[in-house]
Design a protein around this ligand. Sequence first.
Ligand SMILES: Cc1ncc(COP(=O)(O)O)c(C=O)c1O
Length: 225
Amino acid sequence: MIAKSMEGYVKGSSAIRAMFEEGARLAKIYGKENVYDFSLGNPNVEPPDEIKQSLIDILESEEPTFVHGYMNNAGYEDVRNTIAQHLNKLHGTQFTEKNILMTVGAAGGLNVTLKTLIDPQDEVITFAPYFGEYRSYAANYGAELVVIPPNIPTFQPDLNKLEENITPKTKAIIINSPNNPTGVIYSEDTIKKIAGILTSKEKEFGTDIYLIADEPYRELAYDGQ
Ligand SMILES: Cc1ncc(COP(=O)(O)O)c(C=O)c1O
């Protein structure tokens, strides 16, 4: 018997996954070239040659016990340092490896972050339409996901509604820019305004409210933003 709390999740498990599997089924019947699978966001462009070569170099030049061994929980220091330098170059920040923690993808990162911040019954705010898994991530730690309705037609966050929905139980807000599914990018001004609202609500309630920026598509903004 699986946990009662899991039954609903298993029944309603991801429609996107179901579509992916349906795509694979259809590809077997009609040929891969005849099925256009827009479900999971798998890449259809090959990674640069350097990526393949780096993986080969690691396998050929590093000691196998190192390659297959444990590392620091936060990830290799040199990797974290390289990422910190990359971010500093892009954004004029001053991160070091101490600010970087490696995870297995964004889902892992968000779950670690929420596990670290959330006490049961805390509230996490996000803006609709949002990446559907946020509901599960919040539920994993007993948090309530508070959803701010969509601001049509711009899909920019509705800052008045944000302000109205912050309570003493608000522990975090998750923003996602460029956004999945709308593609909308929040301007610097918008993000500063969100931060300002959080700061003033922290003062009002005497609480800490964390701004979690989920940005897996940050490097896919091609128009200079
Ligand atoms: C906005 C957003 N956040 C998080 C995730 C999860 O990312 P990952 O597959 O790296 O765990 C996705 C994946 O589609 C996403 O679109």
